[in-house]
Design a protein. Structure first.
Ligand SMILES: *[C@@H]1O[C@H](CO)[C@@H](O)[C@H](O)[C@H]1NC(C)=O
Ligand SMILES: *[C@@H]1O[C@H](CO)[C@@H](O)[C@H](O)[C@H]1NC(C)=O
Ligand SMILES: *[C@@H]1O[C@H](CO)[C@@H](O)[C@H](O)[C@H]1NC(C)=O
Length: 299
């Protein structure tokens, strides 16, 4: 290979790795979150994970100054010592894994002000990923969800595109569990697939001040292979103030709860507005519909 070509190949390989900041509401030690982290890292992305020290499910948009941690983290995933008071900490043997003794939004705030600089030297994240959360985040659950709280904060306050993932099959398991459930494997594959489709769009990835709320169905015998799944463009809530994008020969998108309750191997993908956590207006949905045109199936 000629040196120029070798160099070009190398720079293309490097360009493949995007800077991704990951958080969740289930806690930094949760299996779903860690499985996706490991998979994206193995694909060459440049990840930093910063998430609550414990399960903060249902924390909505809470954001409080982290306090000194006085007890070990969720699932015994960190140890604390009274001699060294810490409000956030890291896995000392594996870089890029951090806990913060507060909520998901606070975790992102601490990440951008105190952590990512160590790895990205002044560069911002390309994308924020929240989750996958163990359990659904559909319709009215969106407002109280810490997974969505973090994604909406990323979109509105950090001006970063954000993907929020949730899975109906619950697995409240630690990162180092030995009996890994199939749901963890499948959700990881699906989340990684959508993440690369969104990154392939190129900047700014999503319309201004928006996030995606993605809900995976329960993993059962017939929904296993990522190929078995259908991706359905949906809306978060049923009350529509502004019209939806025209899609699948309809003027109205199905709600995400309709998509998931219909059964089958269907995944709902709603575009949310960062500021309100409501469905983003049709003129923003158009960009998503067209940018991921080959992804969609009709309900
Ligand atoms: C920290 O990283 C080490 C080395 O990869 C791993 O064995 C351990 O399980 C990790 N612990 C946590 C809580 O991430
Ligand atoms: C986290 O908390 C929620 C709500 O309290 C609970 O339903 C869920 O099982 C908990 N998850 C874990 C991993 O403990
Ligand atoms: C996971 O790691 C924690 C903390 O080191 C430990 O207490 C627990 O026994 C480990 N679980 C397994 C299944 O290895």
């Amino acid at each position: 290979m000629r040196p120029q070509i070798a160099l070009l190949t190398l720079s293309l390989l490097i360009a493949h790795g995007y800077r991704i900041l990951q958080t969740n509401e289930d806690g930094w030690a949760a299996l779903y979150l860690r499985s996706l982290f490991n998979a994206l890292k193995a694909s060459g992305h440049d990840l930093v994970l910063v998430a609550p020290a414990e399960n903060k499910t249902g924390s909505g948009s809470r954001d409080e100054q982290p306090r000194t941690r006085l007890e070990s983290c969720h699932f015994n995933s960190c140890t604390v010592s009274p001699q060294v008071p810490e409000t956030f900490g890291e896995n000392k043997t594996q870089q890029r894994l951090y806990w913060v003794n507060s909520f998901p939004i606070t975790s992102l705030r601490v990440a951008v002000t105190r952590i990512v600089e160590n790895f990205w030297f002044g560069k911002r994240a390309d994308l924020v990923i929240s989750g996958p959360h163990s359990g659904t985040t559909l319709g009215s659950q969106v407002l109280s969800s810490g997974t969505i709280g973090a994604a909406a904060y990323a979109a509105e306050a950090l001006f970063l595109p954000a993907l929020a993932f949730s899975g109906a099959s619950e697995a409240d398991l630690p990162w180092n569990t030995t009996a890994i459930p199939e749901s963890s494997v499948v959700y990881t594959e699906l989340a990684e697939f959508l993440t690369s489709r969104v990154l392939d769009i190129g900047e700014p990835y999503l319309p201004d001040n928006t996030f995606l709320n993605v809900n995976f169905p329960k993993i059962e015998s017939k929904c296993r292979d990522p190929e078995d799944f259908e991706w359905i463009l949906s809306r978060i809530n049923s009350i529509a103030i502004e019209p939806d994008v025209r899609h699948c020969n309809k003027n109205r998108l199905p709600t995400e709860a309709e998509v998931i309750s219909k059964g089958g191997c269907r995944i709902s993908v709603s575009l949310g507005e960062g500021t309100t956590k409501l469905t983003a207006p049709g003129w923003k949905q158009i960009q998503l519909r067209d940018n991921l045109e080959s992804l969609w199936s009709c309900l």
